[in-house]
Design a protein around this ligand. Structure first.
Ligand SMILES: Nc1nc2c(c(=O)[nH]1)N[C@H]1C(S)=C(S)[C@@H](COP(=O)(O)OP(=O)(O)OC[C@H]3O[C@@H](n4cnc5c(=O)[nH]c(N)nc54)[C@H](O)[C@@H]3O)O[C@H]1N2
Ligand SMILES: Nc1nc2c(c(=O)[nH]1)N[C@H]1C(S)=C(S)[C@@H](COP(=O)(O)OP(=O)(O)OC[C@H]3O[C@@H](n4cnc5c(=O)[nH]c(N)nc54)[C@H](O)[C@@H]3O)O[C@H]1N2
Ligand code: SF4
Ligand SMILES: [Mo]
Length: 746
């Protein structure tokens, strides 16, 4: 414990400023191109003991959805360095700081090494047999009792494609679970639903080179500079070379906004108004593409009618940006020859997220910006396996992105798996919007969490902890034993992590690449796929799970994916390695993959046309007399999600070790708060006291709280409110009041 009452290494102000300057200034033009003076893209040699490396193992970065290829430097059974793969098309040898430092998250204290059973408040080390007996006896009890609706699985976009796939086979095909979901439900299920409704299927249509080829880019609710740094680096280079028009739509002046031609500091929660106004301008000024609209879309006249009243003048006061600025951005997009829209969590995490994604898709569709180089709607996938989990049935679709309620697809999947078709549940449930409440109501009694830390990442932290306590039986399967969620578990199963197992990840541009085992897992930890096989065998489904390696699972998956949108039937591990990753669809052994979807302009809807959808905007969090400020949550460069990995990297803890909130100089002055003073923040749902970081990155009236801080989660302040179409919660914005506080104050 530090003097602050925070159980973390206190952050020195100097260190903090250094990071801040690196992230901010270092991202400005000069520094980026001066070559390596930015901490964002520092030399791999700086952090690693490269001279000790005995062998290098090819793999993919285990953090974000950009999917950079890495060489893992190994000495004995330890990872000692990571460096970029020079010839890999995504990163060409570059890595961001997360990528470089990740060798430090593997051999660290806190790893889960042995199966543990809860005995009162203590853990008891047991054998795998004892642990699995306990788990499977419990599961069997719940399965017998109520047709699988009282058992739930919640898994992850941070395990391998192969693991996501066999979990779906177990969850849906063997156990017939309705309550089967992954953390993509907090991350990008709105993007999935938006794609499904507009285009007829999930599947991100764009390739990274399109970001470099576009002559107009809109970046909405994404801080690409800090969260997808290598793609940002590629964008910055293209900006310098080709000078495209870039609009950044974000309430904060992020490092991403530093490169914008126009930064629209939109009022949080008003993106729908803004997008409607842009569509209105494009339609009234006849900047749309009538031939494309006529031939490939449905719903144009209704769209035109419904956006009519959204003039830039009428929207501007609500959205907090000038009418002329809206018009300028709309015209730039309408007149461009290649327009691309990339978006992130600022869009996906809202109660009207799916409807917002549909408007983004509309903008691309009415201007004919789909299926050509440099165009399209690009949902930036968050985690290393965010796409994998979507391919493999970890969202509201069945494996192969098969529609959940399509009888033909169910029949085909049942045949491929050799299970009766009526085994599949009739309905699916989103974890945050349905399973959460089903546990609260006592309907779901047992939960198996694999590769997620929802005690910090789920909204309404205290309510969710009560949910975990209410469970009769909780199994947590994680690579660390000390996560906040593990504290509630009855059984802890130790998982091997990235660099300790073989398999694949699919990145944001549908590129599948190998993830390789470089070192042995600690103690008795096993890969998630191997644990899944053991559970399946004990539950009597061994014949469906005769897998001895990830590659065998991948080979079954290739058959299951054949003919679907994410068709990988033409891939093998060997081809993936030789070709430097392969983008699906890859339907034949001689296919080199597909750069972008919808090149034929035929969409996977019944009539082959994309839908132009428009919904009314809903009320989102707005400040009021009692709670006059708005708090935004999101990420910073140094930390990863709930910090389970990055809290173990000494360099990160030295730089960002205590929770802080960003506040504008004006608000700080008014509240009598100096830099680094304690600030008490209170919403209707909870309160925290954290340090104030005064910065012009946020505008007066708004504060920004990174959600990584596991000791004081931002989610303590945020109630559970979900998008009705995707089930994804709004964890981004909440009305708060603020005053100078005392450290340690609740
Ligand atoms: N360093 C680091 N990188 C990461 C992660 C990490 O934890 N750390 N996480 C990974 C994951 S899982 C994900 S999903 C991605 C997310 O990557 P991003 O989408 O970049 O993530 P955020 O910082 O959460 O939010 C993006 C921006 O949305 C803005 N925003 C908030 N409200 C609104 C709004 O109403 N409208 C608009 N237009 N913008 C708004 C915020 O100011 C913020 O700058 O990052 C991935 N990369
Ligand atoms: N307020 C607020 N809340 C948010 C967000 C926000 O912007 N604001 N963002 C949301 C988003 S986009 C996301 S993606 C979620 C993420 O939230 P979580 O799903 O909780 O993500 P992590 O914190 O990375 O937790 C992943 C867990 O998996 C473990 N793990 C890592 N590798 C493996 C493995 O190979 N096997 C197993 N079994 N375990 C492994 C890690 O130790 C860790 O405990 O948070 C969401 N919550
Ligand atoms: S950009 Fe993403 S994938 Fe690439 S090194 Fe950084 S965290 Fe890893
Ligand atoms: Mo995410």
């Amino acid at each position: 414990m530090s003097a602050d009452g925070f159980p973390d290494t206190p952050l020195s102000r100097r260190a903090f400023l250094r990071w801040g300057m690196a992230a901010g200034l270092g991202l400005a033009w000069g520094a980026l191109f001066a070559g390596g003076c930015s901490r964002l893209f520092q030399s791999p040699l700086e952090a690693a003991a490269v001279d000790q490396v005995e062998r290098w193992v090819y793999s993919t970065c285990g953090f974000c959805g950009i999917g950079c290829a890495v060489w893992l430097g190994v000495k004995g059974n330890r990872l000692v360095a990571v460096k970029g793969v020079a010839e890999y098309p995504v990163n060409r040898g570059l890595l961001c700081v997360k990528g470089i430092y990740q060798f430090k998250v593997v051999s660290v204290p806190g790893r889960a090494e042995y199966p543990l059973l809860r005995r009162g408040s203590a853990w008891e080390r047991v054998t795998w047999d004892e642990a699995l007996d306990k788990v499977c006896n419990a599961f069997r009890r719940y399965l017998d009792r109520s047709h699988a609706d009282s058992l739930a699985i919640y898994h992850s976009s941070q395990i391998l494609l192969e693991e996501d796939y066999i979990l779906a086979k177990l969850g849906r095909g063997a156990l017939g679970l309705r309550h089967f979901d992954s953390n993509s439900s907090l991350c990008l299920s709105s993007a999935v639903e938006g794609y499904v409704l507009s285009f007829g299927s999930d599947g991100q249509p764009v390739s990274f080179p399109d970001v470099e080829k576009a002559d107009c880019l809109l970046l909405i609710g994404t801080n690409m500079a800090e969260n997808h740094p290598i793609l940002f680096y590629r964008l910055v280079r293209a900006v310098r070379k080709r000078k495209p028009y870039v609009a950044v739509i974000d309430p904060r002046r992020t490092p991403t906004a530093e490169i914008a031609t126009r930064h629209l500091a939109v009022r949080p929660g008003t993106d729908m108004d803004l997008l409607k106004a842009m569509i209105q301008v494009i339609i009234t000024e006849k900047l749309f593409n009538p031939a494309f609209v006529e031939a490939h879309t449905k719903g144009f006249s209704e769209l035109a009618e419904r956006v009519r009243k959204y003039t830039p003048e009428s929207v501007a006061p609500r959205a907090g940006v000038g009418a002329e600025e809206i018009r300028e951005v709309a015209r730039a997009f309408g007149r461009s020859t290649a327009g691309l829209i990339a978006w992130g969590a600022g869009v996906n995490q809202s109660t009207e997220a799916t409807a917002t994604v549909n408007l983004i898709n509309n903008l691309c569709l009415i201007t004919g910006n789909v299926g050509r180089p440099g165009t399209g709607p690009l949902s930036l996938a968050g985690q290393c396996a965010s796409l994998s989990v979507r391919e493999a049935g970890g969202t509201k679709t069945l494996p192969g992105m098969r529609p959940f309620d399509d009888e033909g697809a169910r029949r085909e999947l049942a045949r491929l798996w050799g299970v009766p078709q009526d085994r599949f549940p009739k309905k699916t449930a989103s974890f945050p919007s349905e399973t959460f409440k089903a546990i609260e109501e006592g309907k779901v009694k047992a939960l198996w969490i694999i590769g997620s830390n929802p005690a910090v990442s789920m909204p309404d932290t205290n309510r969710f902890k009560a949910v975990l306590r209410k469970l009769d039986f909780l199994v947590v399967q994680d690579c660390y034993r000390d996560t906040e969620t593990a504290r509630f578990a009855h059984v802890l199963l130790p998982a091997a992590m990235w660099a300790e197992k073989d398999g694949t990840f699919t990145n944001s541009e549908r590129r599948v690449n190998l993830v390789r085992k470089a070192v042995d897992p600690p103690g008795q930890a096993k890969p998630d796929w191997a644990i899944c096989v053991l559970v399946a065998e004990r539950l009597g489904f061994g014949s469906l799970f005769r897998f001895r390696s990830s590659e065998e699972i991948f080979n079954e998956w290739r058959r299951v994916s054949a003919g679907t949108i994410p068709d990988m039937s033409g891939m093998t591990y060997d081809r993936i390695r030789r070709l430097g990753g392969i983008q699906w669809p890859c339907p034949a052994a001689d296919s080199r993959g597909t750069a972008r979807l919808y090149a034929t302009r035929r969409f996977p809807t019944k009539d082959g046309r994309a839908r132009l959808l428009i919904a009314p905007a809903k009320k989102t969090a707005t400040p009021n007399d009692e709670y006059p400020f708005l708090l935004l949550t999101g990420r910073i460069l140094q930390h990863w999600l709930t910090g389970t990995k990055t809290r173990r990297i000494p360099e990160v803890r030295a730089e960002v070790g205590v929770p802080f909130v960003e506040i504008s100089p004006d608000d700080a002055r008014r509240l009598g708060v100096r830099n680094w003073d304690p600030l008490h923040i209170e919403s209707r749902h909870g309160s925290v006291t954290v340090r104030a970081r005064i910065t012009t990155r946020v505008v007066p009236g708004q504060l920004f709280y990174p959600f990584h801080f596991w000791t004081l989660p931002a989610n303590l302040l945020i109630p559970l409110a979900t998008d009705p179409l995707s089930g994804q919660p709004d964890v981004k914005r909440i009305a708060i009041r603020v005053r100078r506080g005392e450290l340690g104050e609740p």
